[in-house]
Design a protein around this ligand. Structure first.
Ligand code: MG
Length: 331
C-alpha cells in the first residue's frame, strides 16, 4: 500500500503532537508532506526534518502549503477561525479533510459541507465525540438521535458562584489535555454547544435530534440511537490519538500499542442530564443553529474574543457566556 500523503495544519499544538505520534507509529501507512505552524518555527522544522517533509510557518503558511503540495488528506488543527480558508482551499484541491478545528463547521458549516460534496471530498471528524458517532454510523441504518457525551469540565458541581473562577482553575480540565481555548470552552460547556452545531453539519441531523449527556469519566465518547431503538456507542480511554488515528486511517483500522479499555478496573460509568441553568451555552448553541444565517458565526466570534479577554484577565469567567448571549441577541 502506498502511504497516504498528509498535510498537517497546526502541527505544533496538542492535536498536532498526537497526530505526529500516530504517524511515527505508522511510518509505512502515513507520509506527512508538509507541516504548518503559526509560531513554533523550530519545532515545525524539526518535524519536517524528521519526516523529510516541508515546513511552513507564519501567517498565510497554511494556504501556501496547500497550494505547493499534493496530498490525499489535510489534517486541520488550526486555532479557531483561521482554519476556515485553508479547509476550503484543501477541499478545492480534492484533499479529504481530517477536521479538528470545530469553528470551521460552526462558522461556515453550510459552505464547507457544500464544497466538500461538490468536490467529492470526505469530511473525517477528529473531535472525539464526532469520531465516535462517525464510527457508530459506519455500519449503516437510519439514525434517530445523536447523543454527545460531555465530561462536564472542572465546574460540574462547584463552586456555586462561578464569577470567582480564576484562569488557572478554568484551565485545569479533569480528563482531557487540550489547548487553552478549547479547555476554557469545555469548562463553560460552550465546547459542547459548538459540538452540537458541528454534529448537525457533519451528519445532517436536525438540532432537536442531538442531545447531550454528562459523563464525567470520558470513556463513552458519544452514542447513536437508531430507528429500531438500538443505541451504539464507542468507548476508549480518553486519548486523542484514537480519534486522530481513525481519521487518518479510515476506512481501515490500524493496530495500536496504546493502553486499551479495562472496564473492570474503571468499575463504574456515570451519566446524568446537563444542568442547563448552570451551563446556558448548550441552549445558546441550539438557538444559534435554529436561527441560521450568521448566528452561529457570531456566537463563535464572541466566544473567541471573550475567552481571550478572560485569559488576559480583562473580564470575569461568567462574562464569557454573557458576551456570547449579547452577540446572539444582536441581530
Ligand atoms: Mg470534543
Amino acid at each position: 500500500m502506498t502511504p497516504k500523503k498528509i498535510i498537517v495544519l497546526g502541527a505544533t499544538g496538542s492535536i498536532g503532537d498526537s497526530a505526529v505520534a500516530v504517524m511515527r507509529e505508522h511510518r509505512n501507512e502515513f507520509k506527512p508532506v508538509a507541516f504548518v505552524a503559526l509560531k513554533s518555527k523550530e519545532k515545525c522544522e524539526a518535524l519536517a526534518a524528521e519526516f523529510s517533509a516541508k515546513s511552513y510557518v507564519g501567517e498565510g503558511a497554511a494556504l501556501k502549503a496547500i497550494e505547493e503540495n499534493d496530498a490525499d488528506l489535510c489534517l486541520v488543527a488550526l486555532v479557531g477561525e483561521s482554519g476556515i480558508e485553508p479547509t476550503l482551499a484543501a477541499i478545492e484541491k480534492g484533499m479529504d479533510i481530517a477536521l479538528a478545528t470545530k469553528e470551521v463547521l460552526v462558522m461556515e458549516g453550510a459552505k464547507v459541507m457544500a464544497a466538500a460534496k461538490r468536490r467529492g471530498v470526505k469530511m473525517l471528524p477528529v473531535d472525539s465525540e464526532h469520531s465516535a458517532i462517525f464510527q457508530c454510523i459506519q455500519q449503516g441504518g437510519e439514525v434517530e438521535r445523536l447523543i454527545l457525551t460531555a465530561s462536564g469540565g472542572p465546574f460540574l458541581d462547584s463552586p456555586s458562584d462561578l464569577s470567582k473562577v480564576t484562569v488557572e482553575e478554568a484551565l485545569n480540565h479533569p480528563s482531557w489535555k487540550m489547548g487553552p481555548k478549547v479547555t476554557i470552552d469545555s469548562s463553560t460547556m460552550m465546547n459542547k454547544g459548538f459540538e452540537i452545531i458541528e454534529a448537525h453539519w457533519l451528519f445532517s441531523i436536525p438540532p432537536d435530534k442531538i442531545d447531550v449527556v454528562v459523563h464525567p469519566q470520558s470513556i463513552v465518547h458519544s452514542l447513536v440511537e437508531f430507528k429500531d431503538g438500538a443505541t451504539l456507542a464507542q468507548l476508549s480511554p480518553p486519548d486523542m490519538r484514537v480519534a486522530i488515528q481513525y481519521a487518518l486511517s479510515w476506512p481501515q483500522r490500524l493496530p495500536s500499542k496504546r493502553e486499551v479499555l479495562d472496564l473492570a478496573q474503571i468499575g463504574k460509568l456515570e451519566f446524568r442530564a446537563p444542568d442547563l441553568e448552570r451551563f446556558p451555552a448548550l441552549s445558546l448553541a441550539k438557538k444559534a443553529l435554529l436561527s441560521g444565517g450568521t448566528a452561529a458565526r457570531r456566537l463563535a466570534e464572541a466566544d473567541e474574543k471573550a475567552v481571550n479577554d478572560f485569559l488576559q484577565g480583562k473580564i470575569l469567567y461568567t462574562d464569557i457566556i454573557k458576551k456570547c448571549e449579547e452577540a446572539l441577541n444582536n441581530d
